[in-house]
Design a protein around this ligand. Structure first.
Ligand code: SF4
Length: 77
């Protein structure tokens, strides 16, 4: 599993991540925090690591840590 980090200072909650992600409905949720929209990660386990969300975010707000995935691969093999 990877780790997905959303920078709350950059995110404007437009939901591009949720729309472009093949598993967007499972992974991303757009929330309203006192009138401010923000994307939050609900379930990273569904992430396939395609990086579509990272490349399409208009605010460069998403980072994905693949090291977590590598550690799991080491254990699996
Ligand atoms: S890397 Fe791909 S599968 Fe993972 S959250 Fe981003 S768009 Fe979705």
């Amino acid at each position: 599993m990877v780790q997905i980090d959303i920078d709350p200072d950059k995110c404007r909650g437009e939901g591009v991540c949720r729309a472009v992600c093949p598993k967007g409905g499972r992974i991303y949720k757009i929330v309203d925090l006192g009138g401010r929209r923000l994307a939050v990660v609900m379930d990273e386990s569904s992430c396939m690591g395609c990086t579509l969300c990272v490349s399409r975010c208009p605010f460069d707000a998403i980072r994905i840590d693949f090291k977590k995935r590598s550690r799991l691969r080491d254990v699996d093999f």
